[in-house]
Design a protein around this ligand. Structure first.
Ligand code: NAD
Length: 330
């Protein structure tokens, strides 16, 4: 807990993860200032601090907002995040995620802001040689989205070496679920992740869920992923921020549950918890989808003393379902 009200600039704070982290920041005594162009996020998700609409690539606007609020640190979530779209149109991914991050780093440097916590992803590892994946596994992204995030990581590390920026890079696996008090959840204009899609099917808003591949080398043949509850993920950001603000050193750590659930298990949990029949459309594997992705999260646990508390599958699906039902009534 901080004793003063420290202002944190949150790029992408109107998105799913950013909005949940803004809630955690406010609960921990910070003032989160959301800077978001609303390309995929929602203004209604900004409830824990001021909102400023803007693009991270608009350096004049960004400079004006930094001058207005004088943030102590930056949390950087703003990015395009759809793997498939990044393959079809890589240019917008490099422009938004790489050039955008460079603009942010430059404006931070000009303003003398020395601390940044930023979102990276399991996609930087590509297809892992083994699981669970430790941080020193080879970084061989297999799509432009993963490449763009790895480039962002490398820029941040180079800025740190040259200009003294202190950073925490958090490589999330699959962020999932909703705030345990149902105050924040999936904020996407269009859902692409399996759990929010399942909740839409259970609500009758979509006809079916697509199951991509039943011939993986896994126990039930469907792909296995590591789902980390959004409240646990948000908590990791607070700990990481406090770690770097206290001068304890740079970090690049995995944030996952270290447990895998198969797509079939997730679908079964969704059926059981919602009590709804969920139609499943069996489809072929998607190119570039590895069989199993599970994080080795020992570093985050040891260095940050981070303890995931809500990341069992039932809690993830229950909170997502409560959030969906709240959205359905709104
Ligand atoms: N959702 C996951 O499971 C997951 C996993 C790994 C990493 N991540 C990373 O977490 C971050 C947040 O992802 P999310 O799931 O909350 O997605 P999201 O789309 O909900 O959030 C991204 C936010 O950034 C904003 N934005 C995008 N480009 C911008 C720009 N140029 N200027 C200003 N705002 C911009 C969007 O409007 C949106 O509000 C991303 O950096 C993503 O790469 C997400």
């Amino acid at each position: 807990m901080t004793s003063e009200k420290n202002i944190i600039l949150v790029t992408g704070g109107a998105g799913y993860i950013g909005s949940n982290v803004c809630k955690a920041l406010a609960e921990n005594g910070y003032i989160p200032v959301t800077y978001d162009n609303l390309c995929s996020g929602n203004k209604s998700a900004v409830n824990w601090g001021p909102f400023e609409q803007g693009d991270i690539r608009d350096r004049e606007r960004l400079r004006a907002i930094i001058k207005k609020y004088k943030p102590e640190a930056v949390m950087h979530f703003a990015a395009l995040i759809q793997v498939g779209q990044s393959v079809i149109d890589p240019a917008i991914y490099y422009h938004n995620n790489v050039y955008g991050s460079l603009c942010l780093l430059e404006e931070m440097r000009e303003a003398g802001i020395k601390h940044i916590v930023c979102s990276s992803t399991a996609a930087v590892y590509g297809t892992p040689l083994s699981v669970p994946i430790p941080e020193d596994a080879p970084k061989l992204p297999i799509n432009p989205y993963g490449q763009s995030k790895l480039m962002m990581e490398n820029m941040i590390s180079d800025y740190s070496n040259a200009y003294g920026t202190q950073y925490a890079v958090l490589r999330y696996f699959n962020a999932a679920g909703a705030d345990t008090e149902t105050e924040a959840g999936s904020a996407y204009k269009t859902d692409t992740h399996i759990i929010p899609l399942l909740m839409r099917v259970a609500s009758g808003l979509l006809p079916e869920i697509k199951l991509f591949g039943e011939d993986y080398d896994t126990e039930d043949g469907t792909a296995v992923r590591d789902y980390i509850h959004i409240t646990d993920l948000a908590q990791a950001h607070i700990l990481a921020l406090e770690h770097i603000m206290a001068g304890k050193g740079n970090l690049a750590v995995n944030i996952g549950n270290s447990t895998g659930y198969s797509v079939a298990q997730v679908i079964e949990a969704a059926k059981r918890i919602t009590g709804k029949d969920i139609a499943v459309a069996k489809s072929p594997r998607r190119a570039g989808d590895p069989a199993v992705l599970i994080a080795d999260s020992a570093c985050a646990k040891n260095i940050l003393n981070w303890k995931p508390a809500y990341s069992d599958l039932d809690t993830i699906v229950e909170t997502a379902w409560k959030w969906r039902q709240k959205q359905n009534k709104a």
